[in-house]
Design a protein around this ligand. Structure first.
Ligand code: OAD
Ligand code: ZN
Length: 354
């Protein structure tokens, strides 16, 4: 999807010197307080939604051709609003699909993480690797997964830099991510805006007695191959990745109701199969645009993609290709490339990301 490109101009260039570097230096510390929340309501423990097969797609009421025509018109409207900076409270809601071009498989695709775990451990239900009560029974499965994951040095994708770019334009309210890969930290300077709904690898605790751990001690031991146990209760310890059966973190609860006044939700690379994150797109106000970018038409029963006058737009592109289209159509390509170059230089100098 695209409109014709016009010559690049510098009019949208970010000129003010930002506080990128100092924010970044604080980023790691900010992330560490992103721990699980003992006091949040029980009904918000994360859990899988019904499997996809159980949610039949509604019968298409219009032809594919008509659908494309409607979507193209909406896309052009969306671009006009975006490039004129009319969206000022953008909320991103993202999942594993935004990181696949960095080499991290998503979870539920046919060659995704769940399939790989299923084959490796001959497991009936690979989600068990992220199930709290299973972790208590045998922490080996998750710990092996975590060690392998952490041994790779994944880098951000174009989509991550795009989120960062819009943050710098001061158009973003929040970025809700389900991803645990921390690529938002490697590409996004303003970490205050990021909600790691399913936690990340930058802090650790004992899930049984809720004791927070000294991260560096834990991490060093763990990466040397030790499955760390709690000194207090002897239970298995883990990074603050939110498992099925655990609460989401504090920041999620303090922000998710604050999206009612968002003017644009960009929902990208998530199958919306895990509650409560899957309910987030319903929490924005009725006037808020919802642009769903995914190679599959995600949860069509939750959106009105085919309605001519609805606020919902489905873009069936890969996340990075969507960014290419948007940059071209908003005439932001030159500015974006310069921005990414600068960010990479800053990150290169940062001690955590060398
Ligand atoms: P899924 O694997 O369920 O969904 C990934 C989505 O990304 C799918 O809809 C794909 O079609 C889409 N996709 C893949 N590659 C893409 C690309 N290049 N461009 C656009 N779309 C693409 O992953 P999530 O929805 O993130 O929990 O999964 C949610 C949670 O399930 C995860 O956070 C994880 C798991 O249990 C924890 O780790 C705690
Ligand atoms: Zn303990």
């Amino acid at each position: 999807m695209s409109t014709n490109e016009e010559p690049q101009k510098n009019e949208n260039k970010i000129t003010s010197e930002d506080t990128a570097e100092s924010n970044l230096i604080n980023a790691f510390e900010n992330l560490k307080i992103d721990s699980t929340n003992e006091n949040s309501p029980n009904e918000n423990k994360i859990e899988p939604e019904e499997p996809l097969e159980a949610q039949p797609e509604p019968e298409p009421e219009i032809s594919e051709e008509k659908f494309k025509e409607i979507s193209q018109k909406k896309y052009e409207k969306f671009i006009n609003l975006l490039k004129s900076n009319s969206f000022k409270k953008i909320v991103f809601m993202v999942g594993a699909g935004i990181s696949t071009t960095s080499g991290i498989p998503d979870f539920r695709s046919k060659d995704g993480i769940f399939q790989k775990l299923k084959e490796k451990y001959k497991m009936e239900r690979p989600e068990d690797v992220f199930e709290l009560y299973k972790f208590y029974e045998n922490p080996k499965f998750f710990n092996e997964f975590a060690r392998e994951f952490l041994s790779k040095n994944y880098t951000p994708t174009k989509f991550h830099y795009f989120m960062s770019f819009l943050c710098h334009k001061n158009l973003v309210k929040y970025i809700f991510t389900q991803n645990i890969d921390c690529l938002e930290a490697k590409s996004i300077v303003d970490q205050q805006k990021v909600i790691y709904a399913h936690g990340n690898f930058l802090s650790a605790h004992c899930p049984r007695c809720k004791k927070d751990l000294d991260y560096y001690k834990f991490h060093n031991k763990f990466m040397k191959g030790t499955d760390v146990t709690c000194k207090k209760c002897n239970g298995p310890c883990k990074y603050n990745i939110v498992f099925y059966g655990e609460q989401l973190n504090k920041k999620y609860f303090s922000t998710h109701e604050d999206i009612k006044d968002a003017d644009l939700a960009i929902i990208c690379g998530t199958s919306l199969q895990v509650f409560p994150f899957s309910a987030l797109p319903q929490e924005v106000g009725d006037e808020c645009w919802r642009v769903v970018v995914d190679i599959n038409k995600v949860r069509p029963n939750l959106f009105e993609y085919a309605e001519e006058n609805s606020r919902d737009l489905y873009v069936g592109q890969k996340s990075d290709d969507f960014v290419d289209s948007v940059l071209k159509d908003c005439k932001w390509k030159f500015e974006f490339e310069k921005f990414v170059e600068d960010i990479k230089k800053k990150l290169g100098r940062h001690k955590y990301f060398r």
